[in-house]
Design a protein around this ligand. Structure first.
Ligand SMILES: *[C@@H]1O[C@H](CO)[C@@H](O)[C@H](O)[C@H]1NC(C)=O
Ligand SMILES: *[C@@H]1O[C@H](CO)[C@@H](O)[C@H](O)[C@H]1NC(C)=O
Length: 372
């Protein structure tokens, strides 16, 4: 009897131990980011990373989240809220990674600005096609978003693969086609500095040329931009709005709604119609911080999207301060500190060249260095 009770006590203890070990594991269990090789034709050599949450939905939605210059698939996975939100809502996130030194995206070659043109945009589209097949994902709920160079690419994906994406969110980019140089991974200063200007009709023609013969709808788009952006000048906000207003047939000068302090305190939201919203944030530089939940609402992954939603004024979002040269001679060492992700150098750049601790200034190309 004695033996038995000792035995059963220790058995119980063992079970408790096992339960105790299992419980926190169950709570903490998270999927991890995976690199995918062999996702299909990859003419431009871009890398593919994917986050599939453990509780992935049946027929899940897919979000393509595209990094900025100096970013990687892994860094954008870590610095944006999409994977955490995927855990909550069961969608899949694809994080493409640029193959180029400095990791800007090719948004400048004729090939990338062409549907099935065999460059970066084509590689990213093939990542989506692979994901739809492998996970039985919902082809009618594929979305695209990105910051800076990734925002430029978001506009390019919307223009070159309009039938693939239902909606997109653009954080401080330039219009699709604006960065054209005719070279792979080029840098177009005319565009970055806000001097590539066109009418809505001209921009719409630029978009349509990227997928000749396509007559369907283009993705619904939200265009975020900081009005103090000295990397991709604020005029690029206005040009991007003109571009998609031209495509969608809206009057870019006549928003149907203007919502102050939406979705965050520093921004005003301009609603042009069901398919286009602009969010302009005068005091914010490069770039507007990603608003993950707002994106999901806009995409329709969670409720509350659409034009009339005023959102909640955020108290937690911190805008990246604009680099402000205080020594009057274009930065150097004294008195200024460019924030993380801010520009800190490059041809023609006259702003602050010192990065706030602990960030260092790294060249993406000869025109653009960034604090990372
Ligand atoms: C820069 O892009 C504009 C269109 O936005 C184009 O007209 C111009 O030729 C491009 N510049 C270079 C150097 O390719
Ligand atoms: C660009 O758009 C913003 C927001 O609507 C506006 O405040 C600004 O005046 C526009 N800039 C130009 C040059 O039209």
């Amino acid at each position: 009897m004695k033996f038995l009770s000792v035995f059963s006590t220790s058995l119980l203890a063992l079970c408790q131990l096992a339960a105790a070990e299992e419980a926190p594991q169950r709570l903490a269990k998270r999927a991890s980011l995976q690199q995918v090789n062999g996702f299909g034709s990859n003419p431009s050599g871009a890398k593919m990373f994917i986050y599939v949450p453990n509780n992935v939905a049946a027929k899940p939605a897919v979000v393509v989240a595209i990094h900025h210059c100096q970013g990687t698939g892994t860094s954008y996975y870590q610095s944006t809220p999409y994977a955490r939100l995927a855990d909550q809502h069961g969608f899949i996130v694809i994080y493409p990674e640029s193959p180029y030194s400095g990791t800007c995206w090719d948004v400048s070659s004729t090939a990338t600005l062409t549907h099935n043109g065999g460059a970066n945009s084509n590689s990213i589209a093939n990542m989506v096609t692979y994901t739809l097949g492998k996970y039985g994902a919902d082809a009618s709920r594929v979305y695209v978003t990105g910051s800076s160079s990734g925002a430029m690419m978001t506009n390019v994906m919307a223009a070159t693969y309009p039938d693939m994406f239902a909606a997109g969110s653009v954080y401080n980019g330039v219009p699709a086609g604006c960065f054209y140089t005719g070279t792979v991974n080029g840098w177009n200063s005319t565009c970055s500095q806000g001097n590539s200007r066109a009418t809505p009709e001209q921009w719409a023609a630029t978009v349509r040329k990227m997928y000749p013969g396509y007559a369907g709808a283009y993705p619904r788009l939200q265009i975020y931009h900081g009005g103090s952006d000295t990397t991709l000048y604020p005029q690029n906000y206005n040009e991007t709005i003109k571009e998609w207003a031209g495509v969608d047939g809206y009057n870019y000068q006549a928003p149907t709604q203007t919502l102050d302090r939406t979705p965050i305190q520093q921004c005003t939201k301009y609603v042009f119609g069901d398919r286009l919203q602009g969010i302009y944030c005068p005091s914010i530089g490069h770039t507007v911080p990603v608003q993950g939940e707002e994106d999901l609402k806009w995409f329709g992954i969670i409720g509350g999207g659409g034009g009339s939603n005023p959102g909640t004024p955020a108290t937690t979002t911190t805008a990246a301060p604009t680099a402000s040269p205080t020594n009057g001679n274009g930065g150097g060492s004294g008195g200024c500190a460019a924030a993380q992700w801010a520009q800190c150098g490059g041809q023609g750049y006259t702003g602050c060249k010192t990065c706030a601790s602990p960030f260092t200034c790294k060249a993406s190309n000869e025109w653009y260095s960034q604090c990372v």
